[in-house]
Ligand binder design. Structure first.
Ligand code: HEM
Length: 411
């Protein structure tokens, strides 16, 4: 039996490799992670941008064990909670739900569950399919070239968030424009902050409007207002913060998955041919793309107590980063892990996380990806990249959500 090694995270941080590291190819994990796993095992040490040492989890078994371990905390309100980048540090001020532990986390999550039920997802799915067709038709009408991120992925994901929250149809254009500004590479940090502030103001006035409505609609904000706010079990500010967190968690992620999936399929012509030949296999294909691309790389945690895992002991207060991209390529969990195999059918990937914080919007995200990709590739059979693949610019590793800035296509 191997004994845990008693290394301390404070040992010589200057000699540690950086975390996170940059992808060299938009759909492959950074090669340095593989080298680290081979050299040091499933749980290794690295250094964050601010010089702080961290544990990095690269093994699938170890990640699953840790993500259900209550000794590993997601409490973003702790001043010592680690962050992989300054941008994430800023976002971590919005602690509600994602940045909470235990009963506090569960109490907020329970309030959201009914809005993500199978029935609600199916209802929203019909609108998502219609919107995908409209967007792809608009691409066709405008003619080549087109950017998949701004012409399809971003508007579809903000349309879906509108549906989930219960944003009235006449406000969709405003909501879409502001939420696109949050993640667009063309806008400055200041403009992005401005867009977030105006979305917050918009959600505040929307909540006030919904408080006056006699018959509540079927959006999440309607439910929170009519059931929880009216019942005095939640504050108005909490309702708004939950709206913002859904926007932040569900918008860029899904848009990035649709864009990167399109790029990856165009770069894998045999798999694309199989996908085109059998659009009914769309659900399986989406699952494999989620595993293969793992854009939500990384999950951040802090050890609240000492935990022994993968042959090492994490000490209370240690930073823990889980690289889902490398975890989803662990050969102990997936055969031929580096091969994109759309028929694989492996659902035990961690593309949506695992444990109590596992993605609440995952079925909606699957519906969006499947609608967007099947509509795009069936309505535009001759779709191809409009630039050489090496000109497609990869977002920096520290972005949090991995992806590309734009995807110019022609046909
Ligand atoms: C393909 C797109 C998406 C990906 C890859 C993704 C990925 C993830 C991951 C990895 C987590 C776990 C984070 C952690 O453990 O720290 C998560 C949580 C979450 N996601 Fe998603 N997500 C996607 C789409 C969405 C959508 C569409 C929504 C909502 C409309 C959403 C809402 C959330 C929320 C609220 C949480 C936090 C849940 C909690 O803490 O209890 N996500 N997501």
């Amino acid at each position: 039996m191997s004994h845990p090694i008693a290394v301390s995270l404070t040992d010589d941080p200057a000699s540690l490799p950086d975390f996170p590291q940059q992808r060299h190819c938009p759909y492959q994990p950074p090669p340095g992670y593989r080298e680290l796993r081979r050299a040091e095992g499933p749980v290794v040490r690295a250094r964050l941008y601010d010089g702080r040492p961290t544990w990095v989890v690269l093994g699938h078994t170890e990640a699953r064990a840790l993500l259900i371990d209550p000794r590993l905390s997601s409490d973003w309100s702790r001043p010592d909670f680690p962050s992989p980048s300054p941008r994430r540090k800023a976002i971590q001020k919005a602690t509600i739900l994602v940045g909470m532990d235990g009963e506090e986390h569960a109490s907020y999550r329970r309030r959201l569950i009914s809005s993500f039920s199978v029935r609600r997802t199916r209802e929203l799915g019909e609108g998502i399919q219609r919107r995908s067709v409209e967007l792809v038709d608009a691409i066709l009408e405008q003619g080549p070239p087109a950017d998949i991120l701004s012409a399809l992925a971003l508007p579809l994901s903000s349309y879906t968030i509108c549906g989930i929250l219960g944003v009235p149809y006449e406000d969709h254009d405003y909501f879409e424009a502001q939420s696109a500004a949050l993640v667009s590479p063309q806008v400055s940090e200041e403009q992005a902050t401005g867009a977030l502030m105006s979305l917050r103001d918009y959600l505040t006035s929307l909540v006030e409007r919904k408080e006056k409505e006699k018959t509540p609609g079927d959006g999440l904000l309607d439910t929170l207002v009519s059931r929880d706010l009216a019942g005095g079990t939640i504050s108005r500010d909490d309702v708004i913060r939950l709206g913002i967190i859904l926007l932040m968690a569900g918008h860029e992620t899904t848009a990035s998955m649709i864009t990167l999936s399109t790029f990856t399929l165009l770069q894998n012509p045999e798999q694309l041919a199989a996908f085109r030949a059998d659009p009914a296999g769309g659900a399986l294909a989406v699952e494999e793309l989620l595993r293969y691309l793992s854009i939500g790389d990384v999950a951040m945690r802090i050890a609240a107590e000492d935990i022994t895992v993968g042959g090492v002991t994490l000490r209370a207060g240690d930073s823990v980063m889980l690289s889902t991209a490398e975890i989803n390529r662990d050969p102990a969990a997936f055969e031929r892990p580096d091969e994109l195999d759309l028929a694989r059918g492996a659902r035990h990937h961690l593309g949506f996380g695992f444990g109590v914080h596992q993605c609440i919007g995952q079925n909606l995200a699957r519906a969006e990806m499947e609608s967007a990709l099947t509509t795009l590739f069936t309505r535009i059979p001759g779709l191809r990249l409009a630039v050489p693949p090496e000109q497609v610019e990869i977002k920096p590793a520290q972005s949090g959500v991995q992806g590309i800035y734009e995807l110019p296509v022609a046909w």
